[in-house]
Structures are given as structure tokens and as C-alpha cells.
Design a protein around this ligand. Sequence first.
Ligand code: HEM
Ligand SMILES: Nc1nc2c(c(=O)[nH]1)N[C@H]1C(S)=C(S)[C@@H](COP(=O)(O)O)O[C@H]1N2
Ligand SMILES: [Mo]
Length: 334
Amino acid sequence: MAAVARGARTNLGLLVLLAIAFLTGWLAFAFATAPSRWSLIIHATSGFAIIALLPWKSMIARRGMRRAQPARWASIMFGLLVVVSLAAGLLQSTGIALSIGPLSAMDFHVGGAIAAVPFAIWHVAARRVRLRPADMSRRAALRGGAVLAGAAAAYAMSEVVVRASALPGAARRFTGSYEAGSRDPDQLPVSSWMFDPVPAIDTSNWSLRTPGRTWTYEQLYAFDDRMTATLDCTGGFYSTQDWAGVRVDRLIGDASGASIRVVSHTGYDRRFALPSASKLLLATRIGGRPLDPGHGFPVRLVAADQLGFWWVKWVVAIEVDDVPHWWQAPFPLQ
Ligand code: HEM
Ligand SMILES: Nc1nc2c(c(=O)[nH]1)N[C@H]1C(S)=C(S)[C@@H](COP(=O)(O)O)O[C@H]1N2
Ligand SMILES: [Mo]
């Protein structure tokens, strides 16, 4: 009986920790400023706590394997995907391997976690965790606290080891990203949020639409507003470049509304609060040269202090309307 109760608590603990890890991972992606680090500290601690519970979990699982279980293969897939995600998270944060074949460690890390979600739901629905009041004893709370404290200590230790052994992870940014080709545009990776292909755009029949008028490429290229800003991709790299182009507030003039919608040739779009217009740059140049197609030619957005997915490439329109800026999917859907 005691073993069963302990098993139920371990299962519930794992589930809560997985939910915290999943949510804090996305939360860190929603910011590219200090809160990202806080979120990642909680993220890593919950990840290490999951690792600490794995020996117990494997005992529970082995016991379960002896009985007929509903949706067993779903449970096995769930476990495998979580382990893949955990392993890839550690490869990324230590820098031991930042890519595996054509995919980045972050692709495996986030991809594994997303793929695990339906199996997690199935796994839990098929076998309902039942908790009795006795399971929530002071003893259980103490044990849970000990697991969390141990996990936080293990995480802190891992950071010390990464630095002491000069693993690449020592040089990562507070977002967990690694430097790539700063101030060397030829070395800036080309990246897409999901599957957007690089379009071939001919500026002779291209124009940018803004409230009340359109602009040719030459008209936009004539501006010389400059900004040094760091593109930080959720795929795990960052790169600081010198950008030039035109500040968005100059393009929208005195148009009134609640938000600015920046739209790509591909349909990809992001909204920004109207007052942020003066901090957004519509870039025509990188490192003093025109953009190349991979990096957004003819024009792309530079949104300093926001993660890469806000930096809309191949912009064709900048709209101002009354939709609040937060009224959009938190992450692009294409
Ligand atoms: C099953 C769910 C997840 C688990 C158990 C998990 C666990 C982990 C672990 C153990 C690490 C290494 C921590 C370190 O040593 O610093 C890590 C790193 C990371 N994870 Fe997750 N994670 C999960 C899902 C996600 C998701 C969904 C995202 C984003 C949407 C995410 C974003 C990150 C980032 C950005 C890092 C790098 C942090 C750094 O290098 O400091 N994780 N994760
Ligand atoms: N139209 C469009 N713009 C986009 C994307 C996309 O998929 N489509 N990906 C974004 C993401 S996730 C990143 S990290 C940056 C990458 O810019 P780069 O290829 O110049 O490095 O572009 C952003 N702009
Ligand atoms: Mo990205």
C-alpha cells in the first residue's frame, strides 16, 4: 500500500514537473530579456527534478510492465520522447552537441516535448492518477521539497562543471543561445520559424504598403537609420549585426490605432504595440550591404530585444489598425 501511494505521488510529481518545464520553456521563448533567464532557471530546475525522479519512475514502470496495461505503447512513446527532450536540452545547455544531423539540439528538445503532449494526455487519461488525502502528508511535502532542493543544487553544479571544464555552454547567452557570425553577415545563419521557403523577389515589381501610401525599394533604400541589434533564434543561435534602413514610425506617419501589423510576402505576420514603432527598424541593409534573399531581401524587420521570430522577413505591408497588439497567437502559426 505504501509503495502504491509513493508511486502515485511520484507520478503526480512528474506530471506537475513536466507541465512546469513545458510552460516555462515557452515562457522563456516569449521574452528575450531578463525574464527569459528566470524562466529558464525554473525550467532547468524542474528538468533536473524530473531526472532525479527517473529511478523511482523506472521502478514503477517495471512493476506496471508485469501487468496488462491500457495503451502501453503510448506510455512507452511518452517516456521515450521525454527522455529525448531531456537529453537534447542537456546537449544544448552544455554545448556538447548543438546539432544532430540536419536538426539542431533545440529542434529535438522542443520537438520531442511537443510530440510528447498527445501521448502524455493519453497516458494520464488511460490510467488516472488517484490521490488520497493521506498522500498529501507533511512527509510527502518534505520529500518533494528535498527533490526540488536537490534538483536546484544539481543544476547549479552543472553550471559550475560546464564553466570549469570550459564546455561551449559556458559562452551561451541568457536565453541559452550560442553566438554565430556577429558583425559578419556572411556567417549569419538563415532560419525560418517553421517551413517558410526563401522567396525570390524582384524589386522592379515590388512595393511596400503602409497606411495611406506605397514605397518603392529605392525610396526605402534612401533612408539611413542605423541600429546595432542582436537576432536571437529559438533554434539556439544569436548574432549581433549592424542594420540600416528606415524606422517604422517614419513609415506610418500619424496613422492612429492600437497596433502595427507587419506582413511578409509569405503571409507570416506579427503585431506590435503602436508606441513601439520608433524602436522598430525596417532594414534594407546589413553590415552596409543590401540584404540577401535568405535574410529578408528586399526589406526585413529588426525588432531589438525581441526573439528572432518577431523579425519578419520579406515584408510587403505595414498596417495600423484597432486590433490590440496582444490579440495574436503567441507564436507564429506558419
Ligand atoms: C518535457 C518538457 C521539457 C523538459 C523536461 C525540459 C527540460 C530541460 C532541461 C533539463 C534543460 C537543460 C537545462 C540546463 O542545463 O540549463 C533544458 C534546456 C532548455 N529548454 Fe527545455 N524542457 C522541456 C521543454 C521545453 C520547451 C517546450 C521549450 C521551449 C518552447 C524549452 C526550452 C528550453 C531552452 C531554451 C533551454 C536552454 C536553456 C539554457 O541553455 O540555459 N524546453 N530543458
Ligand atoms: N516571413 C518570415 N519571416 C521570418 C521567419 C519566417 O519563418 N518567415 N522566421 C523568423 C525567425 S524564427 C528567425 S530566427 C529570423 C531568422 O532570420 P535570419 O534568417 O536572417 O537569420 O527570421 C524571422 N522572420
Ligand atoms: Mo527563429
